[in-house]
Design a protein around this ligand. Structure first.
Ligand code: URA
Length: 240
């Protein structure tokens, strides 16, 4: 990265806006290599210097990865004429880092969405060749049964021509066949909805609960995000 303004370095973590970072620095709460630095425009190299803010060491990462608990009503895109994309749920400092969603969820689908500015790893996760698992919780208008599970396992042939890879359908106990987990290793347009509709059980609610071995963090309120942990990043790295 080279040298950058200290307020900008703090702001790229997403924890503070540029203005908040400036105030923190002026207050003397930010140390570079153990020395307080009080002017926000001081140039620092975060890869070679130790920066601490309010006593906590800043973990510098070249790329940003966040987990968003997507609510319904937002498009998985970086731009939309009506301004309702998932990027609108992130603070401005993160929006400026060129984050994009890793794959798409439909506008009405909720749950786990990863966003990053690390192109190669994101593309590896999306590559059809990698068969990255995605798990969805679905509520349907209809009643799923063991025959549907077997049909999913065999690989569905949809009347619209889509040949699906074998997938897992697990009916959730005590739901009378109205709720299930669906595990796919591919991600075609509206795929879960199309697959379940083909079995006479149209989706009324869909939430992604897992992707590439990462679980949706249930402590994240809908519409909130957090940075991925080191463990989670290590899980994703296995796909490169
Ligand atoms: N399958 C769908 O039908 N919709 C989604 O949003 C994701 C998978």
């Amino acid at each position: 990265m080279g040298k950058e303004r200290l307020d900008k370095i703090l702001a790229t973590t997403g924890r503070w806006s540029r203005r908040e970072a400036g105030a923190l620095i002026r207050r003397g709460a930010v140390l570079v290599d153990g020395e307080p630095v009080r002017s926000p425009d001081t140039k620092t190299d975060p890869e070679t210097s130790v920066v601490t803010a309010e006593g906590e060491r800043l973990v510098w990462r070249r790329y940003t990865w966040v987990m968003l608990n997507k609510p319904a009503g937002y498009l998985s895109a970086t731009e939309d004429g009506r301004g309702t994309t998932v990027l609108d749920l992130l603070p401005r400092e993160l929006q400026r880092q060129g984050l994009f969603p890793v794959g798409r969820l439909d506008k009405d689908t909720e749950g786990l969405l990863l966003l990053t500015n690390e192109g190669p790893l994101a593309h590896a996760l999306l590559s059809p060749k990698r068969h990255v698992d995605k798990v969805y919780y679905a509520r349907v208008d209809g009643c799923l049964n063991e025959g549907d599970c077997a049909a999913f396992a065999d690989g569905l042939s949809l009347s619209d021509g889509l040949e699906c890879l074998p997938a897992k359908l697990e009916i959730l106990p005590g739901t009378g066949g109205t709720e299930a987990l669906v595990t796919l290793r591919e991600g075609k347009f509206h795929q879960v909805k199309r697959m379940l509709a083909s079995r006479g059980a149209p989706v009324v609610y869909l939430e992604r609960v897992q992707m590439a071995g990462l679980e949706l963090d249930r402590s994240l309120p809908r519409g909130d995000f957090r940075f991925l942990t080191e463990n989670e990043l290590a899980i994703l790295q296995k796909f490169v």
